[in-house]
Each structure stands twice: as C-alpha cells, then as structure tokens.
Design a protein around this ligand. Structure first.
Ligand code: ADP
Length: 590
C-alpha cells in the first residue's frame, strides 16, 4: 500500500499535467451518453411520432458530439504520452543519480544486468501505474457512475438486473490481484537474471570465443531464458484462466437484461427505446470493468517495480560525498596508521598497515596477487572506508575530508586503463571538462600518445569503442596516463599494467609514467623494475601485511620475498638482474 502511495506522490510534482489528464478523461467520458440518448430519441420519439423534421438535426448533433469526443481523445493521448515520458525521464534520472552516489560495496554485490533492468524496465512500469490510473482508472470509474445514473434514471428495475453479475466480477478481480503480485515478482526477477547474464556474456565474449565455450554458454542462457518463459507463462495462464470466466458472468447479464426487459415491455411498463438505450449503454457500463484487468496487471506489475526501484532510492549515499573538510592547500604528505580492512565480515584483507609518504615521494607496493595492494589504493581514494586505523593527508584523517575534494586531488590510473565508448577528446576531458585542444595535445605529448592519436582517422574525435576496444592495450594505457596528466593531481595512485607490450611501446609508457609520477606523491602497484628502483620506499606485501619495506638495494640484501620476486624478474626485465645486484642476495653466487 505504501508503495502505491509513494508512486502517486510523483503526481504532485506534475500537478498540472495530472489535472489536465483528469480533465480530458472526464470530458471525454461525459460524451459517452450521446449514443444511447440518440438511440432512445429515435426509437421512442422520432420514429413513433413521425417527426421528419427532427431526423437531420438529431443526427448532426450526435455526429458533432462524437467528433468532439474523438478530438478530446486525441488530445488525451498526446497529453498522456507527454505526461508519461516526463515522469519516466525524471524517475530514471533520479534513480541514476542515486546509483552513482552509492558506495562501491553496493556495486560489488549487485549484478550489472539487474541494475539495468531497474532503470530500463522497472521505471516505465511505475509510470504506467500513474498514467493508467488517472486516464483509464478514473475515467472508467466516472464512466461507470455516469452511465449507471443515466440507466437508473431510465429504469431502476432493469438497472438492478443488469448489475446483478457485478459482485462476482469484483470478487474475482480482487482474488486475482491478491495472488498476482508473487507471479509478477517472479517474472521480473527472471528478466533481471537474464539481463545480468546477457550483460556478463557480452562483456566476456572474447573469453567465450577463446575458450570455445559457446555451446555451454548457450545452455546456461537457455536455462535462464527458460525461467523467464516459465514465469511469463504463469502470469499469462493466470490471466487466461481468470478473465474469460469473468466475461462469461458479465455477458450472461445481457441475457438476463433482455429477459427482464421483455417482461416489462410485454406488460406495457416499458418502451422498446429504453431497452435499446440499455443495450447501447451496456458496453459503456461494462467497458470500465473490462479495463480492471489490464489496470490490475499494471498495478501489480507497477508495485513490484516500485518496490525494486524504491529499495535503491532508499539506500544511503556514500558518506562525505560532498560535505567534509576541503583544505586550501595539499602538500601530499600521506600516512597510513595501523590500517585494517575487510570486504566482507570475514578475515581482514589488510591489517596493521603503516606507511608514510612525504610530499613528492613514490611508494611502491609489490607482492603476489591477492596480497592487498589494490585494496590499499581503494582505501586511500575512499572507495571503501578503513575498518581499523586511519589514513591521514597532511595530518587530516581522510574520513573527515570531502570525497569530492579528495578525489579531485587524486589521479587513479588503473591497470585495465578503462576508456568510455566516446571520443578521445571526451575521454580526456573527464579529467578536465574545460580543457582546450592545446592542453589536450600537451597532455598527449607528455604521455607519448600524440603520435598515434594524430594517426587516428579522426584524431581527437575518434571514438574509442566500448571500453576502448578499438585501441591497443599500450595505446589505452598511454591515453589513461594522458588523462591523469591533464588532471595534474598532487597525489597519484597507479596500478601498473602487467599486459605485455613491445619494447618500443614499453619505453614510451615508461617515460610517460615517469613524467606522471614526478612532482607528486605516488602510490604505485609496481610491476616494473625501473619503478621499484626509483621508489623512495618499497613495501612488500603478503597476505594483507607489509612484510618487508625499504629501498631496492636494502631489500635485495635482506634476501627475503623481495629478493625472490626480483630474481624471477619484474616485468620488462626479460634478462636476469645485473650481476652486481644478484650478488647482493645472500646465497647467490656472483
Ligand atoms: P592485489 O592488488 O594485491 O592483487 P587486492 O587488494 O586486489 O590484491 O585483493 C586482496 C584480497 O581482497 C583478495 O583476496 C581479493 O579476492 C579480495 N577482494 C578484492 N576486491 C574485493 C571486493 N570488491 N570484494 C570482495 N573481496 C575483494
């Protein structure tokens, strides 16, 4: 019930549109009486009284009224469509805005396809409730009342007979809608699951092709799709079983009506024209009832959709998105103090982390995958909040800072170098919306990306393809470095790509990264020997802890995990480490 009330609260936002819809529905409805009134007039008055003079005027008046009703009908369709689209647009926008402000944790647990279903299908389902109720529901109710009053005025007894099937129809409708919510929910969830799967598989189409698992994936898709089929059929079956029965009862009413009318006409208590008026009106009386079915379906579907959408709108935004401290200057002194964190309630993913970076220093994190390196970068950007300890920037705990301010001051270059399916220019301007072409080219040049962008057919206006698929890995990396350079943040988070590129490209990327790191405090998940060599401090991580830390040479000398990692070679070092460095590792014979 409260979901419905909440859906209708949206109409208060569009009071004028709702009123217009109501007004047009009412005025169109009032004109339904033209047909029965005209029929009765012809049969009971004009024909028996041989009123030749009245034929044309009555007919013209009736046609005029019918034409007017159709004009209103067109206006009503147009205005309702506009109303619908306004509500859908607003609700969709509100939902998207909310989704953008939700914490990362929520996205971890929410399949993308499910989110897409909510924005794409649930929102229109909600809007239909509003428009259909005002247009179909209210006008139907009004039509019922008007026709009923007219019939009562013509003949009370016959009206009662005509209405006899109504209670049964009402009861059947009520029972139907009570049961149907679960069916609609099942159908909606099945569609969501199908969307999620489709989204996942299209995103992973390369993997599917590479592993030639098309048949297995088809099988999985088939199962999910069959669930949708089943759920939709259940809904359709319930409809198919309920409504013909209801119609049968309603239409039997016509037979009863004819029988009763025959009785009264034979007794001389009623004129044939009255029966004709009843016959013409019957359709108008029961037409609103036949609308109850689709409206109930819309209602039930809308309430299910409403619950799904409102459950998102009711979630809390990430804290401190906008509000919070915004220090005037940022020097870039970053300290991790006893930081601990876990994604789920389980064992901590990182714990007891202490790291200090002075302004302009580079801290390199190395260690096996899953050690918690990316997690530390995520915590610094406040994609997640520390469970224990704290992170300070220039002495201020980051959980007191405005995230907008914090993230404006952080550049984050991720391993996969994500690009949007937009032009090179738009992808770069993400970092600085008002950047001029000169600035863009300067950033591209510093990132060693100017050469290939110039060679692209449409230069800066070339569209990069979904997730940047139209560019090579090395090109994407350099574009994302250019993007970070353009942002020019005092703090840099860098997850070096591990994907192999040719030596020439490697050199270009290396140079670009060096430019990017210079003059700013940088936290780098390092895969390149040159990065760790130049780092002011290397933190070696294993199972969520920093187990070694120091300079390259110190760590080599320690002969621990770092020395072993170095011996197997960081990326790009296809050749073994230089002899003098190897000899520093105890147990390795120079
Ligand atoms: P690294 O960067 O060193 O490879 P991560 O910080 O990415 O390691 O991951 C550390 C651990 O946290 C891993 O065990 C990983 O499975 C887990 N993890 C990473 N991201 C998430 C997440 N969003 N939700 C749950 N667990 C995660």
């Amino acid at each position: 019930m409260s979901t419905l009330r909440r859906i209708f609260r949206y109409t208060t936002r569009y009071r004028w549109r709702a009123l217009l819809a109501f007004f047009l529905a009412v005025s169109g409805t009032l004109l339904v009486l033209v047909m029965p009134a005209m029929t009765q007039r012809f049969i009971d008055d004009i024909i028996p009284n041989k009123r030749w003079d009245a034929i044309w005027p009555t007919a013209l008046l009736a046609v005029g009224a019918i034409a007017f009703r159709q004009i209103i009908f067109t206006a009503r369709t147009l205005s309702n469509n506009a109303f619908e689209q306004v509500v859908v647009h607003d609700l969709r926008r509100e939902l998207y805005d909310k989704i953008q402000r939700l914490p990362m944790r929520w996205f971890d647990n929410q399949p993308t396809g499910d989110i897409m279903t909510r924005v794409g299908s649930d929102v229109p389902a909600i809007e239909k409730v509003i428009v259909d109720t005002i247009d179909q529901g209210l006008s139907g109710l009004l039509q019922f009342v008007i026709v009923l009053a007219y019939l009562l005025h013509l003949h009370t007894g016959l009206t009662m007979v005509t209405l006899a099937p109504m209670p049964v129809v009402a009861l059947a409708t009520w029972l139907y809608s009570r049961k149907n919510e679960a069916r609609y929910r099942a159908a909606s969830e099945a569609s969501s699951a199908l969307n999620s799967m489709l989204h996942d598989n299209i995103a992973g189409i390369r993997q599917i092709k590479a592993y030639t698992v098309e048949p297995q994936e088809l099988l999985r898709f088939d199962r999910t799709s069959a669930r949708v089929r089943q759920a939709q059929l259940t809904v359709a079956k319930a409809n198919a079983m309920t409504w013909p029965g209801v119609s049968l009862i309603a239409e039997s009413g016509i037979v009863a009506m004819m029988g009763a009318a025959a009785y009264w006409i034979l007794k001389g208590e009623m004129q044939v024209g009255t029966l004709m008026a009843f016959l013409v009106s019957w359709g108008f009386l029961f037409d609103p009832l036949s609308r109850i079915n689709p409206i109930t379906q819309t209602f039930v579907g809308g309430v299910v959709a409403g619950k799904r959408v409102f459950s998102i709108l009711d979630l809390h935004d990430e804290p401190n998105l906008i509000e919070g401290l915004r220090p005037a200057v940022l020097r870039g002194h970053v300290t991790f103090e006893e930081v601990g964190f876990s994604y789920a309630e389980k064992a901590p993913v990182v714990s007891g982390i202490n790291v200090e970076a002075l302004p302009g220093q580079t801290i390199a994190f190395v260690g096996p995958t899953g050690a918690g390196k990316s997690t530390l970068l995520n915590l610094l950007a406040r994609f997640y909040e520390c469970d224990e300890g704290r992170i300070l920037i220039d002495g201020t705990p980051i959980n007191e800072l405005s995230k907008e301010w914090l993230r404006d001051n952080i550049g984050y270059v991720t391993q996969e170098s994500f690009l949007f399916n937009a032009s090179v220019r738009e992808n770069l301007q993400l970092a600085k919306p008002d950047a001029t072409d000169d600035e863009l080219w300067a950033a591209l040049t510093a990132a060693n990306a100017d050469g290939f962008v110039r060679r692209l057919e449409e230069g800066l206006d070339t569209v990069t393809g979904e997730r940047g698929t139209k560019l090579s890995g090395g090109e994407r990396q350099r574009l994302s470095i250019a993007r970070a350079l353009l942002k020019n943040p005092p703090i840099l988070l860098l997850d070096e790509a591990t994907s192999a590129v040719d030596n020439e490209t490697e050199k270009l990327i290396q140079q670009a990264l060096d430019r990017l790191r210079s003059q700013r405090t940088s936290f780098v998940i390092a895969h390149r020997l040159s990065t760790v060599r130049e780092a002011h401090r290397i933190c070696v991580m294993e199972r969520g802890k920093i187990i070694e830390s120091g300079h390259h040479k110190e760590l080599l000398a320690e002969g621990g995990l770092y020395a072993r990692l170095a011996a197997t070679g960081f990326q790009e070092e296809k050749k073994p480490l230089p002899l003098e460095e190897l000899s520093a590792i105890p147990g390795v014979d120079g």
